[in-house]
Ligand binder design. Sequence first.
Ligand SMILES: [Zn+2]
Length: 162
Amino acid sequence: MTCDLCDAPEAETVGDLELCAKCREGVEGAVQDGPHWQCLHGAVWSERREVQLAAAQVLMKLGVPWALEVLEMGALPEDVLAEARGAGEPEVVHRDTNGAVLSAGDTVVLIKDLPVKGAGFTAKRGTAVRGISLVPENAGHIEGRVDGQRIVILTEFVKKQG
Ligand SMILES: [Zn+2]
């Protein structure tokens, strides 16, 4: 079988697709721009929805001007684009040390002493931090005020109160 995205001769089955190693990496992991991805110019015109979707996902991950142009040239149905967009941006969920979901405004308690870099003090274990905010792009970070200073705290070192 040949790769559904780039026609490379050595491809293996991945779900509903046949993918070469390079395309598989792009669909499942991080993508770096490079000549290989010019294959997507053709792949977006595939009549198979799963191929369109994989191509759209890789193009969105690439995010560079030529990739966005390919997305905008109208080969892909709107519902494919919407699904690709959903898959490309996983929702960031913040959880405390026990796996409880944290929300902005929650109160958390520190479960260990945390030296605060640059501030010259240690936030003590047991300190309650009220009214936390969530760092949107990083599920492992929240922000809160300790000793009057706004600091970033790792979610693994806090427990939700209440
Ligand atoms: Zn390929």
